[in-house]
Design a protein around this ligand. Structure first.
Ligand code: HAM
Length: 451
């Protein structure tokens, strides 16, 4: 018989494994905690939505929508039996996409559930996988994870922008993320004399230097001139420095809003750097935009991006609604935390392994001991201790070897004598010392050594 094929995770996707998943869980617990203290509740939207939702919200001309979405046809108006492979491409098919981001879904949910009738603003956060068909590299995956938050409804008070940014910075501080830098900008709004005026000025300046730009930037002069400012190409940098700047084109309202956001950030002790080139790659933004970079990430160093998007809910068929939010790239956040641990001299695994190793390894031997070992494991686990119970008896030497390999702190030795006497031996593996306990004494000892 032919050997079955060896399957591998699809390019750009990966398995997250222990002990690293312990760090992921810790990060997520911290996010839930910090966001909870700012009054945010969790939303869990589906991972696929109509393609049209993303095309409308994120923008049909953006890289995300035009090149990177995983899109497929699905059947509508037919029973499941009828939706066979043969009919999958019938005219009844709707186009569906795996979500490349979640702001569009949160706005769709806000409209669908009439959340504008609830107390405003609604503050929502989400965690989960997103999908973009980008070229994989360090910190860039085709399935990646975001931790995001959105504030929908209510006013566009600059204090809301500042509080959202303060929240993500508080979260990063709590995680001791190394080398955090916050960049902010205002990209004005879509009205005539604000962003439109700026884009016209930028376009005409770009036309004049078109020959010196690369192919991507040349194309963007037509499709989305703002994105030229995002270019990382070295030879384009001196040219970009000479281009008109948005700050000189903001209308009075946008200027005042931006000044107040900066003032509010200062009031909250949030350090920031102004970056006039920060335009972001999604079409829904207006006024405040921000990005946060961290250490140890190479070229993909943006660990969080966000901004204001008043008007997006309306664009998706809802009432006029203010909106602002951000999304953290969790994969990059974890990478940066691991790099930080490494540069502090610690092995990246040690602080994680601690959460994964069993505290107590039950070294049991003897047919009559089995029932006691099972009961001991149950009682210790019920008391909240992690326990490894080998499925078959082992010679004590072998058991102790395995206990150390797993990183256990203690081995609980249960043999015929211990069971007969009702007095159990606990061996501390680091120094080999042994103590005898009755079962209640053992629980008490472990509780007190937990601190
Ligand atoms: P974004 O800038 O497209 O914004 O993504 C936010 C973050 O997700 C990025 O800063 C990065 O850390 C991470 N990220 C993006 N693509 C990848 C990838 N291929 N691999 C790994 N990480 C990635 C948004 O998605 C907006 N929805 C953010 C937002 C929410 N704005 C307002 N509300």
């Amino acid at each position: 018989m032919a050997k079955p094929p060896k399957f591998q995770a699809i390019r750009g996707t990966r398995d997250l494994l222990p002990p690293e998943t312990a760090l992921w869980n810790r990060v997520e617990e911290n996010a839930r905690h910090v966001f909870g203290t700012f009054g945010f509740g969790e939303i869990r939207p589906p991972v696929f939505e109509p393609t049209e939702l993303f095309a409308r919200a994120v923008g049909g001309e953006t890289d995300i929508v035009s090149k990177e979405m995983y899109t497929f046809a699905d059947q509508t108006g037919q029973s499941e039996e009828a939706s066979s492979l043969a009919t999958r491409h019938s005219p009844l098919a709707t186009s569906i996409s795996l979500r490349p981001e979640a702001t569009a879904s949160v706005c769709r949910a806000y409209i669908e559930h009439n959340m504008q009738q609830l107390p405003q603003p609604q503050k929502l956060y989400y965690l989960g996988p997103m999908f973009r068909r980008e070229r994989p590299q360090k910190g860039r995956y085709r399935q990646f994870y975001q931790i995001g938050a959105e504030v929908l409804g209510g006013s566009d008070a600059p204090a809301i922008d500042a509080e959202v940014i303060e929240m993500v910075m508080t979260f990063f501080n709590r995680l001791q993320l190394p080398g955090v830098q916050l960049d902010v900008n205002s990209i004005g709004h879509a009205a005539d004399n604000c962003r439109r005026g700026y884009v016209a000025a930028l376009k005409s300046a770009l036309e004049k230097v078109k020959d010196k730009l690369g192919a991507d930037s040349q194309r963007r002069i037509e499709t989305n001139p703002l994105r030229v400012l995002d270019s990382k190409l070295e030879h384009e940098q001196p040219i970009i420095e000479t281009l008109p700047r948005i700050a000189d084109h903001l209308c009075d309202d946008c200027k005042a809003h931006y000044a107040a956001v900066k003032c509010q950030l200062e009031l909250r002790g949030v350090l920031y750097k102004e970056n006039w080139r920060l335009v972001r790659g999604l079409d829904y933004y207006m006024r405040t935009t921000f990005e946060i970079t961290a250490q140890g990430l190479g070229s993909q160093n943006a660990v969080c991006g966000g901004g204001r998007y008043d008007g997006l809910v309306e664009l998706l068929g809802g009432p006029p609604t203010k909106g602002i939010g951000f999304a953290i790239g969790e994969d990059r956040l974890i990478l940066s935390l691991l790099e930080g641990l490494k540069s502090q001299g610690g092995s990246p695994n040690s602080p994680l392994a601690a959460g994964h190793s069993p505290l107590v390894y039950i070294a049991w031997m003897g047919e009559h001991v089995c029932a006691t070992a099972i009961r001991a494991a149950k009682d210790l686990r019920n008391a909240g201790f992690s326990v490894e119970l080998p499925p078959t008896e082992q010679k004590f030497g072998k058991a102790l070897e395995r206990a150390s390999k797993l990183g256990s702190r203690y081995a609980l030795i249960l043999g015929d004598n211990e069971v007969a006497e009702g007095s159990w031996t606990l061996k501390t593996l680091a120094d080999g010392s042994q103590q005898k306990f009755t079962e209640p004494e053992l629980l008490e000892f472990l509780r007190s050594s937990r601190g």
